[in-house]
Design a binder for this molecule. Structure first.
Ligand SMILES: [Mn+2]
Length: 325
């Protein structure tokens, strides 16, 4: 059942310890939402921490400097676990079985249309451009004073999930949310500098590599590129450094969709982007056990590059036909 803001606020009432989790390979919205929530809860006297399985990505870490982040399940019980921006239970980057053992309640705050309503309380607002937008609304309704540190974190999530306000989810509500966050002290130039103008050189090397194998398929409708493990190794890069690559494919004129493939140990991780509202890439991702949003989704497919490519191209071919594109 989909819960309400009031239910989440009721769950937060009188808690003294909270762990805020998010999804694997956390992005700016995941850590911005989790960071702001944990930071303001901690400021209000709650023992609140962000708990993630991996380290904080390098370019996000300066904005999370004031947030307490742990990487292990605590030994003692906590009153509440909150997972933000996480559509399914297996996507949580911490062992959920262990978290359930130390907490009697799990709250999920998310905006993915593919959310499986998996927690005890589920605040799912699929119209929200970012989980940060939902967390901001929650904090306002809860009477928290959103300071500049929290505002920067929330703005970071909103900025990144809207593709710097270039995607179809850049609604008037998203812009209103941004304006309010600036009123709360968020600094758009500082956040943009950190997210987009502080790239490690290896990340640009990966983009250069990826550009050399950009393919245009299905009569110009689909742009596709890939990054192999070898490519990453050569540049001394990690998966985190491939985040902007799909936008290269997305930017090709005349295309209706983009696919970025990254090699895994046992297959390929696919990032799918739609450029036309008639094409739902979430539905394509779901065919392969993945999920996400209508215009941006992801999935993992096991197999060789050639096998995975032919499967995904076929899926797009059918989807284009079904969408009349
Ligand atoms: Mn998000």
């Amino acid at each position: 059942m989909i819960g309400s803001y009031e239910e989440v606020l009721a769950s937060l009432k009188d808690v003294s310890s909270v762990l805020v989790c998010t999804h694997v390979a956390p992005d700016a919205d995941a850590l911005g939402s989790a960071g702001a929530l944990a930071y303001l809860l901690a400021k209000s006297g709650v023992d609140a921490k962000v708990a993630i399985g991996e380290t904080v990505p390098e370019k996000l870490s300066p904005l999370l400097a004031k947030v307490q982040v742990v990487h292990e399940v605590p030994k003692s019980n906590v009153d509440l676990v909150i997972a933000v921006d996480t559509a399914t239970e297996p996507r949580v980057s911490m062992p959920m079985a262990e978290l359930r053992a130390i907490s009697s309640k799990v709250v999920n705050v998310d905006h993915h249309i593919s959310n499986t309503i998996w927690a005890d309380v589920n605040l799912i607002v699929s119209e929200a451009a970012a989980s940060a937008q939902i967390v901001f609304e929650l904090l306002k309704r809860g009477g928290f004073r959103v300071c500049s540190t929290a505002a920067n974190l929330l703005y970071m999530g909103l900025l990144d999930d809207t593709g710097s306000f270039r995607f179809s989810n850049a609604s008037s509500d998203a812009f209103r949310c941004a304006a309010e966050l600036v009123d709360c002290g968020a600094k758009p130039d500082a956040v943009a500098e950190q997210l987009y103008f502080s790239l490690p050189f290896r990340e640009l090397q990966i983009r250069a590599h990826a550009l050399t194998n950009l393919n245009i398929l299905l009569d110009g409708r689909l742009a596709m590129l890939s990054v192999s493990s070898e490519m990453l190794r050569e540049a001394g890069a990690t998966a985190e450094d491939t985040e902007g690559v799909v936008d290269i494919a997305r930017s090709v004129s005349g295309t209706k969709a983009a696919v970025f493939m990254r090699e895994l140990s046992d297959g390929w991780k696919l990032s799918l982007r739609s450029k036309d509202a008639a094409l739902d890439v979430q539905a394509i991702a779901a065919q392969f056990g993945g999920g996400g949003h209508t215009m941006a989704a992801g999935a993992k497919i096991v197999g060789s590059q050639a096998e995975v490519e032919s499967k995904i191209v076929e899926a797009f071919k059918q989807a284009f036909t079904a969408a009349g594109l």
